[in-house]
Design a protein around this ligand. Structure first.
Ligand code: NAP
Length: 269
């Protein structure tokens, strides 16, 4: 295996993408609709705009006042859906309480749903896609190996389980109702452990893991003023992804890959 760090992998992929995008007849275009003034959201949006600019993707941010109605948001989504110059559309979460997240997700044209949230989206959800692409790049052998995923959300745990199952892994998905005893049992057997919970250092460093395990930390929380993951840093496994500077970079990369894919699909339609 080639255990390249995530930041180096992302750098290589971005260089490849820059060249590809430079050779296109027009720039791929992404629209981001944001209906909040959340600090974390603002920082995610800033990151997406920065990535797009770096890669030569045109990105437009449309900010909608939090007091706007659901109808106004849905009409805006319809307009972007119909705009043939737009390849990808994302609606930044969280949404205000009076807006139905399900209605919004289902309104986005699945061909433009680069977040991969629509049930019929043709795109893979960004975080699972990024994790699998990275593991593939470093030469991880999926077939017949044990994956333990902690967290069963619709944006991480569940779609990741499907991707890993499609790669013939033996997949176990755990959640908040799993006992600690069972959690430790399944972690001990894992060739690949993925933790996507959002509880700082939930998995302590004395929890036994295989010495050749690959450990992917998806969680991001604040602890004593610092960003930390769900897993305590440890040095007794083959690879543990850092937080920050780990899975977050993969998620951002996947989003840009999906925008490029949406552009290419649009051209061939
Ligand atoms: P979520 O929707 O809140 O889901 C959390 C999952 O963790 C749920 O399935 C929950 O179980 C489970 N859980 C809660 N407490 C647990 C416990 N004590 N033991 C085992 N499982 C437990 O969260 P999410 O959207 O998947 O995100 C999870 C974390 O990843 C967050 O910190 C988020 O910020 C981060 N994240 C990072 C990226 C990135 O790009 N780096 C992307 C997405 C998410 P139940 O289903 O039983 O409630």
């Amino acid at each position: 295996m080639n255990l390249i760090a995530i930041k180096d992998y992302v750098k290589i992929r971005k260089e490849e993408m820059k060249k590809e995008i430079f050779s296109l007849v027009r720039k791929p275009k992404l629209v981001i609709i944001q209906m909040n003034d959340d600090v974390a959201s603002n920082s995610y949006v800033k990151g997406k705009l920065k990535d797009a600019e770096e890669l030569g993707i045109e990105a437009k941010l449309i900010k909608l006042d939090e007091s706007s109605s659901e109808e106004q948001l849905l009409t805006l989504i319809d307009d972007v859906n119909e705009d043939e110059t737009v390849d990808g559309l994302i609606v930044q979460l969280p949404l205000p309480k009076h807006i139905s997240e399900i209605k919004v997700k289902e309104r986005i044209n699945p061909k433009k749903d680069v977040d991969g949230f629509h049930p019929l989206s043709k795109f893979k959800a960004c975080t699972p896609k990024g994790i699998v692409s990275y593991l593939t790049y470093i030469g991880f052998d999926f077939t017949g190996k044990n994956a333990t995923i902690i967290g069963r959300s619709n944006i991480v745990g569940r779609p990741l389980a499907k991707l890993l199952l499609d790669l013939s892994m033996n997949v176990t998905v755990l959640h908040s109702k799993t006992s600690i005893e069972d959690r430790n049992f399944y972690l001990k057997r894992a060739d690949l452990a993925v933790v996507a919970v959002g509880k700082p250092h939930l998995i302590k460093k004395d929890v036994p893991l295989k010495k050749d395990a690959i450990v992917i930390d998806v969680g991001i929380s604040r602890l004593d003023g610092h960003l930390v993951g769900d897993i305590e840093p440890r040095d007794d496994v083959l690879l543990q992804t850092p937080v920050p500077g780990g899975v977050g970079l993969l998620t951002r990369l996947s989003l840009m890959e999906n925008v490029l894919e949406a552009y290419q699909d649009g051209i061939s339609r």
